[in-house]
Ligand binder design. Structure first.
Ligand SMILES: *[C@@H]1O[C@H](CO)[C@@H](O)[C@H](O)[C@H]1NC(C)=O
Ligand SMILES: *[C@@H]1O[C@H](CO)[C@@H](O)[C@H](O)[C@H]1NC(C)=O
Ligand SMILES: *[C@@H]1O[C@H](CO)[C@@H](O)[C@H](O)[C@H]1NC(C)=O
Ligand SMILES: *[C@@H]1O[C@H](CO)[C@@H](O)[C@H](O)[C@H]1NC(C)=O
Ligand SMILES: *[C@@H]1O[C@H](CO)[C@@H](O)[C@H](O)[C@H]1NC(C)=O
Ligand SMILES: *[C@@H]1O[C@H](CO)[C@@H](O)[C@H](O)[C@H]1NC(C)=O
Ligand SMILES: *[C@@H]1O[C@H](CO)[C@@H](O)[C@H](O)[C@H]1NC(C)=O
Ligand SMILES: *[C@@H]1O[C@H](CO)[C@@H](O)[C@H](O)[C@H]1NC(C)=O
Ligand SMILES: *[C@@H]1O[C@H](CO)[C@@H](O)[C@H](O)[C@H]1NC(C)=O
Ligand SMILES: *[C@@H]1O[C@H](CO)[C@@H](O)[C@H](O)[C@H]1NC(C)=O
Ligand SMILES: *[C@@H]1O[C@H](CO)[C@@H](O)[C@H](O)[C@H]1NC(C)=O
Ligand SMILES: *[C@@H]1O[C@H](CO)[C@@H](O)[C@H](O)[C@H]1NC(C)=O
Ligand SMILES: [Zn+2]
Length: 776
């Protein structure tokens, strides 16, 4: 069907009932005739075609020529034209009317809503599936509170509010769960208060007093919140209070706060999970299906579930606590912005020794069902090859940014593609699966369990996963996450999408703006390399299980705010009760232009991956990153390389071999007969498998679920994805404690890395030439 005919106008609706009937009769006749003609063409046409001079492929009776068809580029324009900011806005408004925490009735309602939406939008199928997993909730009735009491007269000097304060008409706080941290220990504890800066290892190490028996006050940022609580617990603290300091979440020049601006107000408590592990805590490594063996929460196989109480507070209360604290002033860099002209103090305890702080946390960890929803467009030629695009659905409160900005955008993209499929105007070469994950916020649970359950299918058949969490936090620039094979496709998509900042005539495309704002630099010379930055996937969203465990190439686009120079660590309203529709509609993206842009970018990338005859991966793009990783390692570990005889030449050789094989592989692609479906399938399989070939099946030491040897989170810092994570961990352990064990681990991990790069290179070699020649 021609593209122009896609545009529905109201014309057809003007026909009377009679002419409609006439139209149906005529249409049926036309259909019958075209079917017959089609059949004849199908029977005779293809055969005749196959004998023509222009094609030298083999064509079989009944096999459509579509198997060697080119991708349909006109779909790109259609996506760009049809994605409507106003639809995304309406989707978001609906999605964030109520809190939708995983495992609550809203979790199922929204999953079911998406299933219906996908079916109505014209997708081929849509399903909702569930897992029975360990989640965590605050008490319905008793709030979590921090109080400071003056023991001389039993007066309450400070008491944290029970609930988020209602600041606009949207915070219907009656239905908000009490502020809490998922999987916190419960109970009421007392002890001297101590301030530990960001609560990182280096902060605890620098801290002079002994935190054992104390309640720890730490600011958010610079490390994962779960890590702060774990370190506190390991050092004997009895409780943890976390807060967002304006030094980290408000620009120094800001004069007003939400609801007048995006800056975090003093009443905002940022929630989050403090479980450290992957997926359902009770079924590590395996899916939480009905028959699954479940560990007890207290078993050592389960990741870290804290047993001390911990809770988040707003900075209004943190300020009151800090003002009362005693002890020595903290060193430079430790004070936030809450006290005027005086430094924060370490504690322990208060200036007035009669004051006593108490932390009281109520709630429970509980097994509940959480839901994943899927919408499927079956591929025309290679239905058993999947390109996935997904986002989580669960939020801590209303979640207008995290995650619903992404879900609202994904819905609009799926509507546009579903519409094409429904009209028979287009069907992608490969299958597209839209995914909506449950319980991401708790530990990437919905996606992890699903990847675990379907690991064989995904391993053999999945091409890529595009994540869409947090679509927009501002309008400054793209922030992209991805694995090197898909970089070039991400760049190509960004080159096609118009820069939504219309007054910026110097940068006409998203790519131009991205390159000017976030150029990739050489780690050695700081020289700009002429391409924009893309960050390696960590475990921060649902790409974690796909990339790090399953070796499925991932990508994620976001439009972000510019915090450079302001010292602001992340979008300020993150995980608070103030992630409202109002915040997005009035403060973050009025007009939803940037949401639409993310929809177009991800949509074009999805189209490209799903419809291109040859998967648009570039195998060579790993080389630059391996070289950067190698550079960093050689600089960081020059002593260890020498002391423990690490054969750097073997590593550089492996990278060079990979480089050479990648280059010749692309030459092979250029030469294959693209009319031969077997050749297409062969190179596509090699492309599709590339990230799988960088997995160590045994997993990284102590983290069997992280298997990617090139980039992953590390043991000692779960926040960023680090290069050569197995080596980084080993180095770290060795530097902590030089023993035979730690030396052996470094040497072992080094050889695992070398071997894995070599074996990835082997997957690119000509079919039968992968064998190694041993010297005589
Ligand atoms: C605690 O109470 C005592 C006695 O009433 C009073 O002197 C003191 O100022 C109070 N401390 C604070 C910090 O309110
Ligand atoms: C404070 O309260 C405690 C327990 O509620 C009680 O034992 C104590 O006598 C009270 N002290 C004063 C000064 O009221
Ligand atoms: C929140 O405040 C608005 C006025 O700003 C009011 O209309 C609304 O009823 C309040 N909601 C709750 C739950 O208190
Ligand atoms: C810290 O204090 C606890 C109890 O107060 C004590 O058992 C422990 O040995 C102390 N640790 C250090 C390193 O001083
Ligand atoms: C888990 O183990 C603890 C301690 O052994 C026990 O008290 C608890 O009942 C167990 N929980 C379950 C769900 O089996
Ligand atoms: C700091 O002092 C100024 C001027 O006295 C006052 O307006 C402001 O509220 C104070 N800020 C804090 C955080 O105490
Ligand atoms: C803080 O210090 C500045 C300059 O030293 C002074 O002007 C200001 O009044 C001080 N503010 C407070 C609240 O002490
Ligand atoms: C960027 O966002 C700010 C804050 O919402 C807004 O004032 C500005 O107009 C936006 N700029 C563009 C080009 O969209
Ligand atoms: C939009 O472009 C104009 C002109 O280059 C620039 O001054 C402005 O900062 C840009 N706005 C954003 C949000 O990037
Ligand atoms: C792949 O990327 C390399 C640079 O990393 C480039 O030289 C090459 O032309 C690209 N190949 C394809 C097929 O795009
Ligand atoms: C190596 O990296 C670690 C961790 O990032 C850092 O603490 C250390 O200072 C670095 N050492 C060298 C020699 O660069
Ligand atoms: C170093 O490791 C050895 C062997 O595991 C252990 O006995 C020793 O206590 C460790 N030392 C430190 C400082 O952790
Ligand atoms: Zn999220």
């Amino acid at each position: 069907m021609a593209f122009e005919s896609l545009d529905t106008t109201s014309e057809s609706r003007k026909h009377t009932a009679i002419s409609t009937r006439l139209l149906i009769i005529v249409s049926v006749c036309i259909l019958v005739v075209s079917f017959t003609v089609g059949l004849l063409i199908g029977i005779y046409g293809v055969k005749r075609e196959s004998k023509s001079e222009t094609k030298d492929g083999v064509f079989l009776d009944g096999v459509s020529e579509a198997i060697i068809r080119e991708e349909d580029h006109s779909v790109t324009d259609w996506i760009f034209q049809e994605i409507k900011a106003s639809n995304i806005r309406e989707n978001l408004r609906e999605l964030v009317k109520h809190p939708h925490v995983a495992g609550t009735p809203k979790d199922f309602e929204q999953a079911d809503m998406l299933r219906n939406f996908w079916l109505e939008s014209g997708l081929d199928d849509a399903v909702v599936t569930s897992y029975d997993v360990l989640l965590s909730y605050p008490d319905d009735v008793i709030p979590n509170i921090v109080t400071i009491v003056n023991t001389t007269n039993n007066e309450t000097v400070v008491k944290s509010p029970d609930k988020d304060k209602n600041l606009t008409s949207e915070e219907n706080t009656k239905e908000f769960p009490f502020p809490y941290l998922g999987y916190s220990g419960t109970g009421t504890v007392k002890g001297p208060i101590v301030y530990v800066n960001y609560g990182r290892k280096e902060d605890f190490d620098a801290f002079p007093p002994n935190v054992s028996g104390c309640i720890v006050l730490a600011r958010y940022g610079r490390s994962w919140r779960a890590e702060k609580v774990k370190l506190a617990q390991e050092r004997g603290a009895v409780g943890v209070i976390l807060y967002s300091d304006p030094a980290d979440y408000v620009a120094p020049w800001a004069t007003d706060y939400y609801p007048d601006s995006i800056w975090i107000p003093g009443t905002a408590a940022s929630r989050g999970s403090i479980f450290m592990g992957n997926g359902d805590p009770l079924t590590p490594g395996y899916p939480s299906i009905d028959s699954a063996y479940r560990y007890n929460e207290t078993d050592s196989e389960v990741g870290f579930i804290p047993n001390i109480p911990a809770m988040p507070i707003g900075y209004d209360i943190a300020k009151q606590i800090l003002e009362l604290m005693g002890g020595d002033p903290v060193p430079d860099g430790w004070s936030g912005k809450l006290l005027n002209n005086s430094s924060y103090k370490f504690g322990p305890g208060f200036q007035d020794e009669n004051l006593e702080i108490e932390l009281s946390v109520h709630g429970k960890n509980e097994r509940r069902k959480t839901y994943n929803a899927f919408g499927i467009i079956k591929g025309e030629v290679e239905p058993d090859r999947y390109v996935l695009l997904g986002n989580h659905r669960d939020s801590w409160v209303l979640g207008a940014v995290d995650p619903s900005s992404g879900t609202a955008t994904m819905m609009e993209l799926s509507r546009v593609l579903g519409d094409l499929v429904k009209r028979g105007a287009w069907r992608p070469r490969r299958s597209i699966i839209f995914c909506s994950w449950g319980a991401e916020e708790f530990a990437l649970i919905g996606s992890t369990e699903w990847v675990e359950e379907n690991s064989k299918v995904l391993d053999f058949r999945s091409v890529a996963y595009i994540n869409m969490d947090i679509a927009v936090t501002g309008n400054h620039s793209i922030r992209a996450i991805g694995s090197p094979p898909v970089f070039s496709a991400m760049y190509e998509a960004a080159k096609k999408v118009q820069n939504p900042n219309e007054s910026d005539s110097d940068h006409l495309t998203v790519y131009d703006n991205w390159l000017s704002k976030k150029p990739l630099k050489d780690p050695d010379t700081e020289e700009e390399l002429g391409i924009p930055q893309i960050v390696s996937p960590n475990a921060g969203s649902d790409y974690g299980p796909f990339q790090l465990r399953a070796g499925i190439t991932c990508a994620d686009f976001r439009y972000r705010q510019d915090y450079t120079g302001d010292g602001v660590l992340f979008y300020p309203l993150y995980h608070t009760g103030y992630e409202t529709f109002y915040a997005v509609d009035k403060l973050i993206d009025p007009g939803f232009k940037y949401h639409a842009t993310i929809g177009k970018l991800s949509g074009e990338l999805l189209r490209d991956l799903a419809d291109s005859k040859i998967i648009p991966f570039n195998m060579s793009d790993y080389v630059l990153f391996m070289e950067h990783y190698l550079y960093a390692f050689q600089h960081n570990a020059s002593n260890e390389i020498k002391d423990y005889n690490l054969d750097i030449t073997a590593l550089t050789d492996a990278i060079e071999t990979y480089e050479k094989e990648a280059k010749s592989f692309h030459e092979v692609i250029n030469k294959i007969n693209q009319n031969n479906p077997f050749e297409l399938r062969r190179v596509n399989d090699q492309l599709m498998q590339i990230d799988r070939s960088f997995l160590d099946p045994a997993g990284l030491p102590r983290r069997q679920q992280s298997r990617n040897v090139l980039h992953s989170v590390t043991d000692y810092n779960a926040f960023p994805a680090e290069s050569f994570p197995g080596l980084k961990d080993a180095l770290y352990r060795l530097r902590e404690n030089k023993t035979e064990d730690t030396i052996r681990e470094l040497q072992h991990q080094f050889t695992v890395l070398v071997f894995t790069i070599q074996s990835a290179a082997n997957t690119l070699k000509e079919s039968t030439k992968f064998l190694r020649h041993s010297p005589k």
